[in-house]
Design a protein around this ligand. Structure first.
Ligand code: ZN
Length: 114
């Protein structure tokens, strides 16, 4: 089971308590009523489908209920860090996992559990 660290509860909790809430650090346009349909579509619907490091909003839905941000590797599904909403994006150079770090998969973690 994947454990996610909630920066508000200050502890790791089961992934079942969390919900992903889309991309983090999306700047809301200040002139939304003046936007073209194409610009609104790009802001509201179009997102990158990043392979690798991505920054996302998450909510501790079945815990404190608060939103926070996370840096996650979409290939390994590993959370590199989580941080409180409103804080700036952390330095990417310090977040990369070691190349030799094993990928945590369901099969890898469950095979140890007897
Ligand atoms: Zn929490």
């Amino acid at each position: 089971m994947l454990l996610i660290y909630c920066p508000y509860c200050e502890e790791e909790r089961s992934e079942l308590e969390f919900r992903q809430g889309g991309d983090a650090h999306i700047a809301r346009p200040t002139n939304m009523t003046e936007m073209s349909d194409e610009d609104f579509e790009a802001f509201f619907f179009l997102r990158d489908n990043v392979k690798g490091l991505t920054f996302e909003r998450w909510r501790h839905l079945n815990g404190c209920g608060r939103f926070f941000n996370a840096a996650r590797d979409t290939v390994s599904d590993k959370f590199l860090t989580t941080y409180k909403a409103g804080l700036p994006r952390p330095d990417v150079s310090t977040l990369r996992p070691a190349a030799s770090a094993p990928v945590e998969t369901y099969e890898a973690t469950e095979s140890d559990a007897k």
